[in-house]
Design a binder for this molecule. Sequence first.
Ligand SMILES: CC(C)(COP(=O)(O)OP(=O)(O)OC[C@H]1O[C@@H](n2cnc3c(N)ncnc32)[C@H](O)[C@@H]1OP(=O)(O)O)[C@@H](O)C(=O)NCCC(=O)NCCS
Length: 195
Amino acid sequence: MTTTIITAMIALDIAAALLRILFIIYGTFLNTLLNLEPLLVDAGLNSLLSDANLVVRLASLADVEALLKIEEECFEYPYDRLVFEEILRRRGCTILLAEVLDNPIGYVAFEKKGHVGTIISLGVVERFRHRGIGTYLMAQALTMLKGAGVRRVVLQVSVKNLAARRLYEKLGFKAEGLLRGYYRGEEDAILYSLE
Ligand SMILES: CC(C)(COP(=O)(O)OP(=O)(O)OC[C@H]1O[C@@H](n2cnc3c(N)ncnc32)[C@H](O)[C@@H]1OP(=O)(O)O)[C@@H](O)C(=O)NCCC(=O)NCCS
């Protein structure tokens, strides 16, 4: 009887250990599949990852219409078609487009020049804000830039744009200087950098 109980306990221990190993392998596989760096997990993306309908992909010239739709919803002075076409054609530039059920909901545009990366623009449509999508897009851009050998990332943001400033600061960006009249000669910008 005692031998049976001990054997059962050992078998249970082995089963629990096997289960733990399976979970670790599954977790690693999932991370690889989603190309997630620890940075992304740190950025609090758990709720986002449960949204299976979210797709983030590289944008091409065929996506200019979708990008314009997001842009017009996000900015008072939106980029026009020519700007997006120019960004998409420019060497070293990338735009990541976020979609939910084929609807464009956000994008991040960035550029690599040597060891310096620049975040050109970031936008998430109003009804999808506060769900970690802006952070996710930024984290993906930073991962790609880092993977391409970038050591320093810079961006400019209006001093008045508290939402974006907080997002960048949460990702570790540090304010480096003030660019007076950067926007239309009227609004100051802060230059942020991340080493
Ligand atoms: C800035 C923007 C991209 C944020 O997108 P988002 O998907 O809502 O961002 P997230 O959900 O990832 O938020 C990340 C953090 O940013 C900060 N943040 C976002 N929106 C905020 C708001 N309205 N007020 C204050 N902080 C805000 C918070 O610190 C937030 O973290 P928390 O949710 O843990 O508090 C979005 O508001 C936007 O598109 N704005 C208009 C375009 C724009 O200003 N782009 C930046 C140009 S430089």
